[in-house]
Design a protein around this ligand. Structure first.
Ligand SMILES: [Cu+2]
Length: 140
């Protein structure tokens, strides 16, 4: 006889709530992203305005990827194409990262509060689902 089902469900829900803490909804100056074929994990990152951000990226995929933050208000959509024009509207982007590699870099968070789109700049990857969000909130 195991635990009654409703208790098991309560435990699962509680564990999910706990694991939500310390996640991506609080601003952090040190953020980590894992890239897969074809997603960013987590796909929402929260940083404070104007701070220097340390970004650690691991490419767990089988192909090269890159991490590109678009300028505020420039949203390619979730199935758009990343071409030359889109690259010109990047706020910041990291050099392409080969499969299996990790890297760390820094950038200055935008000074303007808002939601900035994150995309993979490698052709075809945004269409495949490599899209995310950088939420910039007022620095404490
Ligand atoms: Cu990619």
């Amino acid at each position: 006889m195991g635990k009654p089902l409703h208790l098991t469900i309560v435990s699962i829900v509680f564990a999910l709530i706990l694991s939500g803490c310390g996640g991506s909804d609080r601003p952090d100056t040190s953020i980590s992203v894992t890239m897969t074929d074809f997603a960013f994990l987590p796909n929402t990152l929260t940083v404070p305005t104007g701070e220097e951000i340390t970004l650690s990226v691991a490419n767990n995929g089988a192909v090269a990827h890159n991490f590109m933050i678009m300028k505020l208000g420039y949203d390619i959509g979730s199935h758009g194409h990343v071409g030359e024009e889109e690259h010109a509207h990047a706020y910041w982007q990291q050099e392409q990262l080969e499969a299996g590699e990790t890297t760390q870099s820094t950038f200055t968070a935008p000074g303007e509060v808002g939601e900035y789109q994150i995309v993979c700049g490698v052709a075809g990857h945004l269409e495949a689902g490599m899209v995310g969000k950088l939420v910039v909130v007022a620095a404490p």
